[in-house]
Design a protein around this ligand. Structure first.
Ligand SMILES: *Cc1c(COP(=O)(O)O)cnc(C)c1O
Length: 418
């Protein structure tokens, strides 16, 4: 196990017996000295994981119901993903998109078959996948002879990423503050408000970009029928429907993609988080018609389609194709929501709402979530916040009902007034 040292060396610091400092504290000190201080990080360094369990540098064990923020779909160090990635590491890592590579071709075939969107583009993150959606919609309108249509309608409280364009698409001013001037072409309307969307559509509108569930925004599920109404509106007005499935895709909600609950087909979607089981990979999937706008040379990514990430993703998708696996995700999510509502009934003044779909769940409190999350961590449960007051749960799909109960027990202990 490596231990932090004061500078770049790799030798173990000798903790003097007089000051038995924890390894977590030593790492935190080094982190504070060298890392950009752009995150509010929990004061532990995680060193090992297996399934839904994690261990920190001092050997403390945690139940992980955050799953790397909805990334580790099959759990930490899933044996099949590890074996496939290791074999690929021994064979070939990366060749760039100057050449074809087998894992990304297989992955494209799997994703397009599962989604009904016949073309795949690979990148490295959710923000990059959304950038591809934004560029796609602008280029499609140019190619259709409507260069004046460049605006994208997105939603208040949404989250689409941290690049300049995606942070502008994001409907939360706190993420944009200080980075002006922001790129033109984004309009925000209240989530779930169809009338507001209709009013926002004008001669310059190219597309609507929507999350089926606002994840970072507080685990808010779109009202029933909303996505379908957006699809109809887009068809009526010749706009593209872009669905951000970065957090909801790859089985998270009990279907391969969350839009499939609504019986619609978007023009294009973005993917990332759970796709590589924790290895970085993003993707954009789109229709045949729109795909024709991104011709040779119009878009690209050096690392896109990396062989190791794509290999891991191929294993994840093999599991996602299993209807039993998806049914389990849905049923375990329903189980959590019903147990969460029982907890709410016991703590009615403390818990405001319990919501979610599949294994993306939120418990909204009547107070700031941050101190609650810190106390949960002290008690061995890892979760985080979505919005100010919502505790987010996005565990691996292999989580058991017993583990969900264990997490809720810890939360109850933390929330129950002394
Ligand atoms: C996490 C997230 C993103 C950004 O993904 P990155 O990989 O951090 O760039 C975009 N959209 C949604 C819905 C997300 O949850």
């Amino acid at each position: 196990m490596p231990t932090p040292t004061a500078s770049t060396g790799s030798t173990q610091p000798e903790p003097t017996p007089a000051s038995p400092r924890s390894q977590n504290d030593l790492w935190m000190e080094k982190a504070k000295a060298h890392l950009l201080q752009n995150y509010k990080q929990q004061p532990i360094t995680l060193v090992r994981g297996k399934g839904t369990r994690l261990w920190d540098a001092d050997g403390k064990e945690y139940l992980d119901l955050l799953g790397g923020i909805a990334t580790c779909a099959l759990g930490h160090c899933h044996p099949e993903v590890v074996a496939a990635a290791k074999a690929q590491l021994d064979t070939l890592w990366h060749v760039s998109n100057v050449y074809y590579s087998e894992p990304s071709i297989d992955l494209a075939a799997q994703l397009t078959a599962l989604s009904g969107l016949p073309r795949a583009f690979f990148c490295n993150s959710g923000a990059e996948a959304n950038e591809a959606l934004i560029k796609l919609s602008r280029k499609v309108m140019k190619d259709r002879g409507s260069p004046e249509r460049f605006e994208i309608i997105t939603f208040e409280n949404s989250f689409h990423g941290r690049t300049l364009a995606t942070v502008t698409a994001t409907g939360q001013p706190k993420y944009q503050k200080g980075f002006e001037p922001l790129p033109a072409g984004f309009v925000h309307v209240p989530y779930g408000d169809l009338e507001a969307v209709r009013k926002a559509v004008g001669p310059s509108t190219a597309a609507i970009l929507v999350e089926p569930i606002q994840g970072e925004g507080g685990v808010r599920v779109a009202p029933p029928g909303f996505l379908k109404a957006l699809r109809e509106l887009c068809d009526e007005r010749g706009m593209l429907l872009l669905v951000d499935e970065v957090q909801t895709g790859i089985g998270r909600t009990g279907k391969p993609f969350a839009f499939q609950h609504d019986g619609i087909l978007p023009d294009a979607i973005s993917l990332a988080k759970a796709l590589g089981n924790g290895l970085p990979i993003g993707a954009m999937l789109c229709s045949e018609e729109t795909s024709k706008s991104l011709t040779s040379g119009t878009h690209g990514s050096t690392f896109g389609g990396n062989l190791v990430s794509a290999t891991a993703a191929n294993v994840v998708l093999r599991y996602i194709r299993d209807p039993q696996m998806l049914r389990e995700v849905q049923e375990k999510g329903e189980y959590f929501i019903s147990r969460g509502r029982e907890l709410q009934a016991r703590l009615p003044t403390i818990i405001k709402d319990v919501r979610g779909r599949g294994l993306l769940m939120g418990i909204e409190l009547n107070q700031d979530a941050a101190p609650v999350i810190a106390r949960c961590r002290e008690q061995g449960l890892l979760v985080n916040s979505a919005g100010e007051k919502t505790v987010r749960f996005a565990p691996a799909y292999i989580v058991t009902r017993e583990e969900l109960d264990e997490g809720l027990r810890i939360l109850e202990r933390v929330l129950t007034p002394a």
